[in-house]
Write a protein that binds this ligand. Structure first.
Ligand SMILES: [Zn+2]
Length: 300
């Protein structure tokens, strides 16, 4: 599949575990790329370092207004079209001060507090900024790279190597044992929050290999009956989350030192705090809880 088609597929499927749905907020978004976008009517996703710049009402800025106040941006790329309207990434370095009337927002924290489709388009814009900043020099020969005009690639003028946006696949797996779920917390989670297990796919592994390895490494358990759930692009910094359900198949919980602070079996009446609503982890856990409740109702 062509890169744009892959990205489009990922972006469109941010929301739902079902097939493409015309009613979804992002169904009108089509990824695209150009190394310049001077269109002042474009929807503008402006970043100062890792933070999204919005107006007092959490609305998108107008490019010409920002450029007048902040000076020329380091990046000014077309990243796609929403309902035919160009979507423009503007980027300024972290040290840039937000002018009066504008507020820098942590992208994770702003979810649920701005237009949802714009939030997800902003996550694509952020990944494009990350790709650009991380590939300014050729990894093969060290020469400064140049951005291509019409595809998201930074090309090396010396050796010709092309550097595309990096996408890092990671699995997520929620393990069920009858009427209880295995949830775990890593030391960097906020206090009290537990989630499904997750880990990056290693070179040479299938997703299924990764699941069996990660579950054994992180909590010392065996699993079976792997079932696909859904995927989600996650821009912190460039993950593609691939989520599964699995059934417990044996073993005692042994937490991997430094990776897993605690892991426990939870029944539905005593669940801990769960991850944020935007994350696929939350969708996976909620969908599984719904199914467990339905199973319990049938059993009664
Ligand atoms: Zn090179």
């Amino acid at each position: 599949m062509h890169l744009f088609a892959v990205l489009k597929h990922c972006v469109i499927n941010f929301y739902d575990d079902s097939a493409y749905d015309e009613s979804m907020p992002l169904s009108s978004f089509v990824p695209a790329f150009a190394s310049r976008c001077a269109d002042d009517e474009a929807r503008c996703y402006a970043f100062v370092g890792d933070e999204l710049l919005l107006d007092d009402n959490r609305g998108l800025p107008r490019a010409s207004v920002l450029i007048e106040q902040l000076g020329p941006p380091e990046l000014d790329y077309l990243v796609g079209h929403r309902a035919g309207q160009p979507c423009r990434l503007l980027f300024w370095p972290q040290t840039t001060q937000a002018p009066a009337g504008w507020v820098n927002h942590n992208l994770r924290a702003i979810y649920g507090h701005m237009d949802e489709a714009d939030f997800w388009i902003a996550t694509r814009a952020k990944q494009m900024a990350t790709w650009d900043r991380e590939h300014r020099f050729c990894g093969v020969c060290g020469t400064r790279t140049e951005v291509a005009e019409r595809e998201p690639a930074r090309a090396c003028p010396a050796c010709g190597h092309r550097h595309y946006p990096r996408v890092s696949p990671a699995i997520m797996v929620l393990i069920r044992d009858g009427d209880r779920l295995l949830l775990a917390r890593s030391p960097h989670f906020k206090p009290g929050m537990y989630s499904a297990l997750a880990g990056f796919v290693e070179a040479g592994e299938s997703c299924e290999d990764t699941i069996h390895r990660e579950v054994m490494e992180e909590v010392g358990l065996r699993v079976k009956n792997l079932q696909w759930f859904d995927s989600q692009s996650w821009p912190f910094p460039h993950s593609l989350m691939l989520a599964f359900n699995a059934d417990y198949d044996g073993g005692q919980i042994v937490c991997q030192p430094e990776e897993i602070e605690d892991a426990q079996w939870f029944t539905l009446d005593k669940l801990p705090d769960l991850p944020m609503g935007a994350s696929i982890a939350r969708h996976l856990i909620e969908a599984t809880i719904k199914r467990m409740r339905a199973d319990a109702a049938i059993d009664q």
